[in-house]
Write a protein that binds this ligand. Structure first.
Ligand SMILES: Cc1cc2nc3c(=O)[nH]c(=O)nc-3n(C[C@H](O)[C@H](O)[C@H](O)COP(=O)(O)OP(=O)(O)OC[C@H]3O[C@@H](n4cnc5c(N)ncnc54)[C@H](O)[C@@H]3O)c2cc1C
Length: 817
């Protein structure tokens, strides 16, 4: 071989290797590539022999199946390498659709597609509903009033029914409002910003309640009868699944119903059930009930154990017991145990009729596949926006050490976190609603949304309470956050308790459902279908090879090789998403290979995988929002903060995976080198203080970023209301700030005595330092500011009887001071 040949050919072949690996070429091209190398390097005959044998075995499917795939199938079965799936798990996994989460599992996400997914806007008719009935119902009762009464006032109940709040998701032809998911979610955001009780009351009727099940599965007769009654609020529904022995493991319910033939010759169900934690249970008139159906006489011709079934039981049916209620953290919404003893209903009460007998679990999983991503995410976004609004105003109005506390870096830090996460949550709320409104039922994304929105709102409310200090602790009409803080564990527990949602649903079920090949492999293996298994397996191996190249090249280039669908400041984040996805996909396959069927029991690992997947999704939604809203440069600090935060979560979770993935033999080497590399070349580091400072200070300016972040919440304008008062104090404080600075300067140069500027207003006016108008403005600002930082104080009588405090003495005292 001439000397020059290797010098030229080695770089060319290395480049080709990297290119082929990165784009993932088919097997025959790899063999062509190898053959070219062998020709150029004049290899010996026996190497050609090995090459030829490998080429034939791997490229001819019939031989490949016999020689490699079938023995692999046998080995997988023998060593239980792939996860086994029970019938209930199968229903959960098969429920819903795979949306963009599939892109992340592919390792080469179609970023353009993700950036083009809909990010819908509220239509004018929905805006009219928000400005009309929603505004009105919020105006009718404060959160504190609802807590004092331990219920919504009767006129609010009536108004909710009259304006069809219970039928927002019921189509117009049945008398409902026929709202889209986005419209419903936007209403829930505004309601949540007023009171958690509103959303807890309206949520069940619109999400996983009888109405949704009827819409999806009901017979025409059931729809015609019940939906108009539910839309009008003539029926108050609840849905009863949970039992003392069946919480997270809901499929293990023991409530049962037996089919029997009545004396009139018709079929009936005799139901016995004991349920708990049922929202609206105590006041429900229509119970959606999940139970196990038995048919000992095989009257339905489906065998003796028909399976989980959903039925509608009028609450007045003899045997139904609805006489107690729970006290969920003192949060006054109806939540109750429900019992039924030999309750008899016609078999036609099964939702969807006899055909749907035994299909209850599937129905619930499919309905939840979309539902989980809507109601609680909306509630939590409403809460996040309210906390942003309250804390940004309070940080300005409240002064300590002669400064607004929002000027202290210690306060800037939680303020920034609140703002950055609120931006991200609103983005993911709308992005998810957009997908569901397009007909997707993305079960994994819904689980991500449910888990992360409830966890993030817990973080946000904790930060909010810290910023408010004592005024967050003392309950009463002046306190805007305490009741939210108390209610926080409720969304965390409901609709799939969070720990389980993170560790089992997002990745445990996601990896089977969304991975391009795993489900096909499991299904083919269960069917014993060698042809299908062979196809899926070899495509899977090709994917693993491509993703390994992508992971290495994207990591070395910090994502540079990936093509961003946008240019400008956010392009680098799209590229990093490609890098994160390639790493995630590689690690997923590594975990599947090393842990196989035991992966689903390794919940600490699958929880970390869930975090990586989730933060890729939340980051994508954030980028989508920024583009959809016209790439407003004023929002860039929020986007930078949210994206850097998201990639830091990915960094941490990935490090945890690297550190804990059991790699046989080479484990220590793998851990040492990969973790070292990952730390030296991190995909994410926490946002800088400079970005945080910029966000926190922008947040303390009226309008602009603060208004954009909190759009769509209920904002009372009357100063008698806590938020109205705080808003007024905030606006006036900002207006008075420069005047106070002028007084301070005059005091420093000796024009005025040394004292707090607030106490020098009259002197400053007398000395001509400020105008009369300015003096009036500062006095008013100080009066309102002082009022807004007061907390409620009760007489013993008021406290013991839950009365509204008069606060007269306290206010008088504060004015004296
Ligand atoms: C206020 C409120 C309202 C509700 N409304 C309704 C309603 O209207 N209708 C209805 O049917 N139900 C309702 N529920 C029930 C709710 O869905 C259940 O509370 C939930 O399913 C969890 O069950 P559990 O509380 O028994 O918790 P458990 O199942 O006892 O779980 C306890 C903890 O263990 C974790 N865990 C369980 N299994 C696993 C696992 N395999 N891996 C990891 N962690 C695990 C859970 O995540 C949780 O953190 C409501 C509950 C509350 C509190």
């Amino acid at each position: 071989m001439p000397l020059l040949q290797p010098i030229i050919s080695i770089p060319i072949f290395t480049l080709l290797l990297l290119l082929f690996g990165y784009i993932g070429v088919p097997l025959w091209l790899w063999f062509t590539y190898l053959a070219t190398i062998l020709i150029l390097f004049h290899v010996s005959f026996w190497i050609w022999g090995i090459f030829g044998a490998a080429a034939v075995i791997l490229n001819v499917p019939l031989i490949r199946r016999k020689v490699i795939t079938t023995p692999i199938m046998r080995m997988i079965r023998a060593f239980n390498v792939l996860p086994t799936i029970s019938e209930t798990e199968k229903a959960a996994i098969e429920a819903g659709t795979v949306w963009i989460e599939g892109e992340f599992f592919s390792g080469a996400p179609n970023l353009k597609r993700m950036a083009d997914e809909p990010y819908p806007q509220v239509t004018p008719d929905i805006q009219a509903f928000l400005d009309g009935p929603v505004e009105q119902v919020c105006r009718m009762a404060t959160d504190w009033e609802i807590y004092r009464r331990k219920d919504l006032p009767p006129d609010v109940w009536d108004y909710l029914k009259q304006e069809r709040f219970f039928g927002m998701m019921i189509p117009k032809e049945y008398g409902g409002l026929g709202f889209s998911n986005l419209a419903y979610s936007t209403v829930m955001v505004k309601l949540a910003s007023r009171s958690f009780i509103h959303t807890a009351t309206v949520g069940v009727t619109n999400s996983l309640g009888p109405a949704k099940l009827l819409l999806n599965y009901g017979t025409q007769a059931q729809k015609d009868y019940y939906l108009p009654r539910l839309a009008r609020g003539d029926e108050i529904p609840c849905f009863a699944l949970t039992e003392p022995q069946a919480g997270s493991d809901a499929a293990s319910i023991t409530s049962y119903g037996v089919v029997f033939r009545g004396e009139d010759g018709n079929l009936y169900l005799r139901l016995n059930f004991r349920k708990r934690y049922i929202t609206l249970g105590a006041i429900a008139t229509l119970i959606g009930l999940a139970f196990k159906l038995r048919d000992p006489e095989n009257l339905l011709d489906r065998g003796e154990e028909v399976g989980i079934t959903c039925v509608l039981v009028p609450a007045t049916t003899p045997g139904v017991v609805l006489e107690r209620r729970h006290d969920p953290m003192g949060v006054p919404f109806y939540n109750s145990p429900i019992e039924g003893h030999d309750v008899i209903v016609p078999i036609e009460q099964i939702i969807g009729g006899v055909e749907q007998a035994g299909q209850g679990w599937k129905m619930l999983m499919q309905t939840l596949a979309a539902g989980r991503g809507i109601s609680f995410p909306a509630t939590c976004t409403g809460i996040a926006k309210l906390v942003t609004r309250v804390t940004s105003a309070h940080a300005t109005v409240r002064r300590q050490f002669g400064l607004s506390i929002g000027r202290f870096e210690g306060i800037e830090e939680p303020l920034t976190r609140i703002a950055g996460l609120t931006y991200l949550m609103e983005a993911a709320r709308i992005y998810t609603c957009g997908a569901v409104d397009q007909g997707e039922r993305p079960s994994v994304i819904s689980a991500i949304a449910k888990y992360h929105f409830t966890e993030l709102s817990r973080k946000i409310i904790n930060d909010g309470m810290d910023i408010l200090g004592g005024s967050g602790i003392c309950r009463g009409s002046r306190n805007l956050l305490a009741t939210i803080y108390i209610a926080t564990p409720i969304p965390i527990t409901v609709e799939g308790s969070n720990i389980l949602t993170r560790t089992m649903m997002i990745f445990g079920q996601g990896v089977i459902r969304c991975h391009p090949y795993v489900y096909q492999e499991i299904a083919a293996l269960n069917r014993g279908d060698a042809i299908a298994f062979d196809r899926a397996l070899w495509q899977h191996i090709g994917l693993m090879i491509r993703n390994s190249f992508r992971m290495i090249l994207l990591s070395l280039s910090r994502g540079y090789f990936a093509r961003s669908p946008v240019t400008g400041a956010t392009a680098k984040y799209y590229r990093k998403l490609a890098w994160a996805s390639a790493t995630f996909a590689c690690l997923t396959d590594l975990a599947l290979i090393t842990l196989g069927g035991t992966l689903k029991r390794r919940e600490m690992l699958s929880g970390r995988f869930a975090d990586v997947l989730s933060w890729m999704y939340l980051g994508t939604a954030t980028l989508r929002r920024f583009d959809a809203e016209g790439r407003n440069p004023d929002d860039l600090p929020l986007v930078h903060w949210a994206m850097q935060y998201a990639f830091t979560q990915i960094q941490q979770a990935s490090e945890g995976i690297f550190a804990n993935l059991p790699i046989p033999v080479l484990g220590a080497l793998f851990r040492g080198s990969v973790i070292g590399g990952w730390r030296l070349n991190p995909i994410g580091t926490l946002p800088t203080d400079a970005i945080g400072h910029q966000i926190a200070q922008n947040l303390q300016i009226p309008e602009g970023m603060r208004d954009r972040l909190t759009i769509g919440i209920y904002l009372p304008d009357h100063p008698d209301e806590a938020l109205g008062r705080l808003e007024q104090a905030f606006r006036l404080s900002v207006q008075a700030e420069n005047i106070l600075k002028t007084i301070k300067t005059a005091s420093r140069i000796g024009q005025l005595p040394h004292a707090k500027p607030e106490s020098l207003i009259d002197a400053a006016f007398a000395a001509g330092v400020i105008t009369e108008e300015a003096a009036r403005l500062v006095r008013e600002a100080e009066r309102v500011r002082d009022d807004s930082i007061q907390v409620d104080a009760f007489t013993l009588e008021e406290y013991q009887h839950c009365k509204q405090p008069t606060n007269k003495r306290m206010l008088a005292m504060s004015q004296d001071i």
